[in-house]
Write a protein that binds this ligand. Sequence first.
Ligand SMILES: NC(=O)c1ccc[n+]([C@@H]2O[C@H](COP(=O)([O-])OP(=O)(O)OC[C@H]3O[C@@H](n4cnc5c(N)ncnc54)[C@H](OP(=O)(O)O)[C@@H]3O)[C@@H](O)[C@H]2O)c1
Length: 330
Amino acid sequence: MRGVQITELSGPRTALAEAELPEPEPSHMLTPGRGVVVDVHAAGVSFPELLQTRGEYQSKPPLPFVPGSEVGGVVRSAPEGAGVSAGDRVAAFCGLGGFAEVAVAPEFLCFPLSDELDFAQGAGLILNYHTAYFALVLRGRFAPGETVLVHGAAGGVGTAALQVAKGLGGRTIAVVSSDEKERVARDAGADEVVRSDGAWKDEAKEWSGGGVDVVIDPVGGDRFTDSLRSLGEGGRCVVVGFTGGSIPEVRVNRLLLNNTEVVGAGWGAYVMGKPDANREIGAAVNRLVDTGAVRPIVGARFPLERAADALELLDARGATGKVVLDVRGG
Ligand SMILES: NC(=O)c1ccc[n+]([C@@H]2O[C@H](COP(=O)([O-])OP(=O)(O)OC[C@H]3O[C@@H](n4cnc5c(N)ncnc54)[C@H](OP(=O)(O)O)[C@@H]3O)[C@@H](O)[C@H]2O)c1
């Protein structure tokens, strides 16, 4: 099969090489001896892959390896008792191996893909939407009618968080850095859009009538203190990532004075050993697909052999929605 490997840890431009590879066995590292084999149509491109080209991601497989954490495709084979079977269209989280024509995922991370979504949207469903649902509902204790402020709102996690919050009956404020990103955030269901280089904290407080209930923050950096200041009483700031580059520090007196919370949301660490939690989150996300609230926004698409261009786009802060590699076309 055709695949793209990381062969050296020199960054997105030079770390990757195309290769002819043997097809994987039906076994996944999380479920040794068992695994759902998927004919990959589209592979999602995400921050972990970018970090992996520099050896900066927490998991560091020996070189060379095929990156690619999630795919949209068709099941070739599945173990007895799996919730999917041969011929099913699926969204699958394989962790590694997605940048190739065939990939393997554990059965509890394979979800039926609605006919409403194409394979590219399937490749953008799990990491972003499961994270968004997990961060908002399980960690952020979001309740219908609450106001949610989303940073990096035109990005993968950001657009997902907007759609999930809207779908669950929330009011949404998007923080973005450009006109184009504003358009993407509005398409994803932002009720209000504010600029990251403007007076977004004051605008958010005013629009929400005193402070937001939940902040979803995949960006971090120096805007974090203003995120805390934008919360209303009982508000929760959910830490999702650090695309801004630096890890913020909190002066906890702020939490005491305003009765607010900072909550961590690490989707992978939480769900990997919990098949039932995955099925629950998968079912909740699929219900939001059925109601029309969730429609993964696919931004740039590249053929498999241009994986380096896809990763460089993320690196340059140029991505909107989900960046996808077309592995076998549509
Ligand atoms: N906790 C979890 O379980 C979990 C799960 C999935 C992903 N993540 C993390 O969440 C983060 C976001 O992932 P994503 O897929 O949404 O990324 P993305 O699509 O590239 O979006 C990230 C957004 O961050 C903003 N940003 C601000 N400063 C930036 C900078 N210096 N470089 C790049 N972007 C910058 C950009 O928005 P503006 O230009 O509008 O500011 C950009 O749209 C990543 O750190 C990822 O590792 C965490």
